[in-house]
Design a protein. Structure first.
Length: 226
């Protein structure tokens, strides 16, 4: 990965000012992080994200007015290059899953250690998800049927899936089970580098940012059940 020439810009979104102060202190202790703004609700977050174009948004979900899930959905629609990490109180939480389905690249407990917070931000900036496909499957199992299905995209998603080769389809379904690259390599008797190539091609063909979005897509088109 090419070294960044500019600091990672971060927008903090939480309705508790004290939490924002705590996050800012941790983040600004890193030489390559800069907090460019703070919002106390989803509407402010959408407006600030449009103006500041941050690399990463740390997004609370339980806020009055526009909640974090809707804010995530709107920010991702307008600024798909921005990465969003959902802040949640419980790791297996329907709000966390709702945030992932709205386009977030991961979620983080609010009481996470500073090192976890820093690592999660670096992970999503690198283009990976900060939550594993297996955890996403657990969230699907618990909450998939409780949240409304997307209103559009079913036909186009099915057409995109039809563009996959037979091997890519097999790998895609295995990703949807929550398998890691190592587990994929073992199942298909491939090297991990070959697996990474397959995964990259699958994500590109389907227009997905990361493996978590692949798990969710498989669920939404009915290839896996909760």
């Amino acid at each position: 990965m090419t070294p960044r020439s500019a600091p990672i810009s971060i927008l903090l979104v939480d309705d508790q000012a004290l939490l924002r102060v705590g996050f800012r202190m941790v983040l600004e202790a890193e030489d390559d992080f800069t907090v460019v703004g703070e919002a106390s609700d989803g509407a402010q977050a959408i407006a600030l994200a449009a103006r500041l174009n941050p690399d990463v948004v740390l997004m609370d979900v339980r806020m009055s007015g526009v909640d974090g899930i809707e804010a995530t959905r709107q920010i991702m629609a307008a600024q798909p290059e921005t990465r969003i990490i959902i802040l949640t109180t419980f790791d297996l939480d329907e709000y966390a899953f709702g945030g992932l389905r709205a386009g977030a690249s991961g979620f983080l407990l609010k009481n996470a250690e500073p090192g976890e917070l820093i690592a999660a931000i670096r992970t999503v900036v690198s283009g990976e998800a900060s939550v594993s496909p297996r955890v996403t499957r657990r969230l699907l199992d618990l909450f998939g049927t409780k949240l409304p299905q997307p209103e559009t995209g079913g036909a186009s998603n099915a057409m995109a899936l039809a563009a996959l080769t037979d091997r890519e389809t097999e790998v895609f379904l295995a990703i949807a089970e929550g398998l890691s690259n190592t587990e994929l390599a073992e199942r298909f008797f491939l090297s991990e580098s070959t697996v990474k190539t397959h995964v990259g091609r699958i994500l590109h063909k389907l227009g997905l940012r990361d493996r978590v979005q692949a798990v969710i897509l498989a669920y939404e088109v009915g290839l896996v059940g909760s």
